[in-house]
Design a protein around this ligand. Structure first.
Ligand SMILES: Nc1ncnc2c1ncn2[C@@H]1O[C@H](COP(=O)(O)OP(=O)(O)O)[C@@H](O)[C@H]1O
Ligand SMILES: [Mg+2]
Length: 292
């Protein structure tokens, strides 16, 4: 048994950081076949809450347990691409071209990363023009869903790293998705804006994508030593109940360190507790049915 699994058994049943007893998240079963993917949008219109970090590390943790994972960089800042060592600013063809031009093959835009089983569709600043360009298109909310369709059967999970806005790109992500994960930073005003996000999700469920579900709210940048962090998590649980993941991501400088090294923390410092937290999140997501 690996140390992570041992820790899991030791912790199962104890009250976790969200104030609820920690369930046991079983070791994910190996998959004998792959696809079709479950598509998950990583969404919060606030910046700096851990969307990109969660996309990278949850993706890497799912790949570690044999899932085929495609990450979609859907933020013109390109932090997801750069954080995985893809020189996105040098690329001629990115998600932008797939969205705005006909005749591209999505498979030619997908890049492998250094993590086995983890692929990415990169983005760069070109994507900032897409929002304006797509406004006049027919079925403008469904363009990303159409772009992804040819490769959905090749992957088990697709994670879309959204930009910090509720504009047309994010609407495209939510329209393409089966689920949405909402990272919330454990800070004052963490919940500010979340009502608007939930309202947007409900509108999209009503009008464009009835299958869309909230897969979970993820507390990030948690510092268990401070009353403040614990209070924020308690209020988030009070508000969202079982939609809140039991897994909580602690604040550690190792995350920005790993990003600078252009790697997930799960490979940069594989035994770090931050890496283990994302492995636990992967198990929790699978246990909840949020991924195969
Ligand atoms: N758990 C964490 N602890 C400490 N720093 C973090 C953590 N998660 C993310 N960060 C850092 O915070 C900044 C914002 O995170 P990021 O994932 O880019 O957020 P978003 O994509 O929502 O804007 C980045 O510098 C990132 O490295
Ligand atoms: Mg980001």
């Amino acid at each position: 048994m690996d140390s992570d699994a041992a820790l899991q058994i030791r912790l199962a049943g104890q009250v976790g950081p969200t104030g609820r007893p920690l369930p046991d998240f079983p070791e994910p079963q190996p998959l004998t076949s792959h696809g079709p993917a479950r598509i998950i949008a990583m969404c919060n219109q606030k910046g700096g809450v851990g969307k990109t970090t969660t996309t990278i590390n949850l993706g890497a943790a799912l790949a570690e347990v044999g899932r085929r994972v495609l990450l979609v960089d859907f933020d013109p800042q390109g932090a997801l691409s750069v954080g995985l060592g893809i020189p996105a600013h040098e690329l001629d063809v990115t998600i932008y071209n797939l969205l705005t031009e006909r005749g591209h093959d999505v498979r030619e835009v997908i890049r492998r990363t250094k993590v086995e089983g983890l692929d990415i569709i990169p983005a760069n600043i070109d994507l900032s023009a897409a929002e304006v360009q797509l406004v006049g298109e027919v079925a403008r909310e469904q363009i990303l869903a159409r772009v992804l369709r040819p490769v959905v059967d090749d992957y088990d999970v697709v994670l879309i790293d959204c930009q910090p806005s509720l504009g047309l790109l994010t609407v495209n992500a939510l329209t393409a998705a089966h689920g949405v994960i909402i990272p919330l930073e454990c800070e004052f005003f963490a919940m500010r804006g979340v009502a608007l996000l939930v309202e947007t999700i409900e509108k999209i469920t009503d009008r464009l994508n009835p299958r869309l579900q909230v897969d979970g709210i993820l507390a990030t940048m948690y510092d268990g030593r401070t009353l403040h962090s614990r209070e924020v998590v308690a209020s988030v649980v009070e508000h969202f109940g079982d939609d809140v993941f039991h897994t909580v991501i602690s604040r550690t400088v190792k995350f920005p360190d790993a990003s600078l090294a252009a790697e997930p923390l799960t490979t940069y410092d594989a035994s770090h507790k931050g890496a283990d937290a994302y492995r636990q999140l992967a198990r929790e997501l699978i246990a909840r049915g949020g991924a195969a």
